[in-house]
Design a protein around this ligand. Sequence first.
Ligand code: ATP
Length: 879
Amino acid sequence: MALPDAHAQSVAGCLAALGSGPDGLSAAEAARRLGEHGPNRLAEVRGRGMAARFLVQFDNVLVYVLLGASVVTGAMGHWIDTGVILAVVLANAVIGFVQEGKAEAAMAAIRGLLAPRAAVLRDGRRVTVAGAHLVPGDIVLLEPGDRVPADLRVTVARGLFAQEAILTGESVPVEKSARAVAADALLGDRSCMLWSGTLVTQGTAHGVVVATGHATEVGRIGGLLAGVETLSTPLVAQMDHFARWLSFLILLASALLLAFGYFVGHHDFSEMFMAVVGVAVAAIPEGLPAVMTITLAIGVQAMARRNAIVRHLPAIEAIGSVSVICTDKTGTLTRNEMMVVAVETPEGSFEVAGEGYAPEGRVAPEGDLTRLARAAALCNDAAIGRKGGHWTVEGDPMEGALLAFAGKVAGRVEGARLDVVPFDSRHRFMAVLSEGPDGRLTHVKGAPERVLRMCSGIDAHDWHHRAEALARQGLRVLALAERSEPGARIEEATLEGSLTFLGLVGLIDPPRPEAVAAVSECRAAGIRVKMITGDHAGTAAAIARQIGLEHPDRVLTGAELDKLDDAELANLVTSVDVFARTSPEDKLRLVAALQARGLSVAMTGDGVNDAPALKRADAGIAMGRKGSEAAKEAADLVLADDNFATIAAAVREGRTVYDNLRKVISFELPTNAGEALTVVLALLAGLALPITAVQILWVNLITGITLGLALAFEPTEPGTMARAPRRRDAPILSGALVWHVVLVASLFLAAVFGIFAYAIDRGHSLALARTMAMNMLVVLEVFHLFFIRNIHGTSLTWTAVRGTPVVWAVVVAITAAQLAVTYLPPLQTILGTEAVPLRDGFLIVAIGAAFFALVEIEKQMRLGLNGRLGRSTPPVDQP
Ligand code: ATP
């Protein structure tokens, strides 16, 4: 049924050929066609295949070292060692493979949450359907910011422009209309077609679907396929880089050590070789990248559960470090559930009662509001209807409220639409020409200052005051006006000064209670909250007060903002929290000004023109419900529920993820350093190795990574939202971390050598002494894990000790594994272990507890000092 020459046919011809009409298809017919044509979707680029993903696990320095080592041990006839090394390599690859698979699945599921939707006419009614369910013949309604969901023949267009860069490479938007073009016109010249995947930048349109899925132009060229995103963030990339170079450093050092031991120390080569392999394995932080990736994936899922959908992974770090949040008002801080409560007309003031969007309720006192109600109903794109005994809106809630109001005053209003000037946040009004019982009338609604300018014969000054008075109560104010129109089109140029003023309506839009709580949470977390709205200054200030912003009464309007140069704006920007009547360009300037003050900015947006500000912000946040596709695509984060409280939740999750990444690093690095130092020291001092290479392999690759993995699941630490934001430029390898590595590595060293020396001293065999040393290491790791879980507070609370199910699961698993390798004869042969006497076992655990007490006391001393010196709350806005 696809229509290759739709551009050359008339609108009526296309509709007929597609078996459709101006009212669209019936639901039943659409379902039938969906079965016939299949979903409107392009096959996704397949990620790497399973086999490729598995093989990639072998592509790292450590694996090469181990494979090389297994060849050497094999050549020397040490078959058990060879077998253990190969088994560990395999186990490591399987763990990496499974983890990465989970992380990729998590990201794919998140992408599914962002599936596009489209507004269509079915059975003559406007409904929203999944973009995948569009079929040829559907009539699609488009607004600025919409991504065109299928190839469409335009049937109605008003001021329509589309950006077609993905097809034609032309980034300047091109004008579109419903007029047919020559049959041989090139793709870029078919101005009556809208191509799937392109962007509506201006105007509104209806279009009939002519092709879906792979039959579309973009489907045919195989473009637009979302690439597979790599699972990385700046921190993870930084660590990857660090780990890679560290590995080379370690290899070089190990080679030198081998040469030294063989030529200077005159050690036996095969023994020396195994020891050096042990050093390399111990020192290379091989578990780090895998565990960090999993930490990110878990963070992404946690955010999604809280309705914050991460589009770009780096955003997960950025959102955790923001120091200022710039948010919209309508629908984000307020509920976007509107109701007309006050009306002011030249005849007097009226109060309107009622409930939600039900067109029932009293208007008092009595009066004739029919002309106002007619304007409210006809200058309107929304629809209200009853769903399950409940009145709901399809479209803009404010317009729904106007329909409900009109219903209360005048019942049904008749009028056939002839022309429309769509609402645009730049000109802030909307006009509709319709034909009704009283002839042709143009109705205008919009921001009072804009509409009053178009009206004649009134005291504009007085009406401004009355509008202000309504706004001060926190009401959203609209002015309504009309004029009779001779022609069938609205002559926009002649609107100024020609309208008859009908009145003002005031709408309530109550603040979201959870937003009030979230704002105070953000303020406690050292994050400033600023409101940037298109609404009136008075309304904005009133809502800011109700929401609890810091400086609600100082309002800067877009007009005032335009008069400031960048330096003046940067000076003012930190002391003003409310920006009203702003344009999208103002948003961009505000982001830049805040960033110039060294702040890390989160900015929300919904319209197509907000995209530049969202891109510029450190964390761009788009509204999932009322936001345009263009805004969502420019954003790093999408709020599924449009709610400010979700931003606060995302900040909390972002901070948690960053903390957990830091915990993983703080856990793995000292463990590696401690193990490596143990072997190096023994070698240099010419002592017997307290732990063999094969045992190190076991401790490092199996127990270390498993324990580290528990940190990926760590919940938010208490007090996370009471800390000041972290500085974006703070290095990850901070002095504190280096100190932690040194301290913990030294303690590990002392404990392992200590227990080894004690065992030898008691007359235990070398194998038993080594078994005890290995168990010592694992016990230290477990205690270290419990310490690391609370880097910002104490580990000595019941909650901290109780831990989480994941922590205890890994501890139980590791303990079982340790008991097995220590006491089961077959495993004893492989790892060279001997059964540890019970008394010595207890001693090992007691040393672990002493280690825990030492590091915990050290932490408390440090936290106490930092607190007293006031270093825990760094000033954030100094560049
Ligand atoms: P926020 O940025 O907080 O979401 P907003 O949604 O109020 O603000 P805009 O949508 O740009 O911002 O609206 C700005 C002003 O334009 C409104 O205060 C109102 O006066 C007017 N307005 C909004 N929607 C319409 C509409 N559909 N028809 C006519 N006027 C409108």
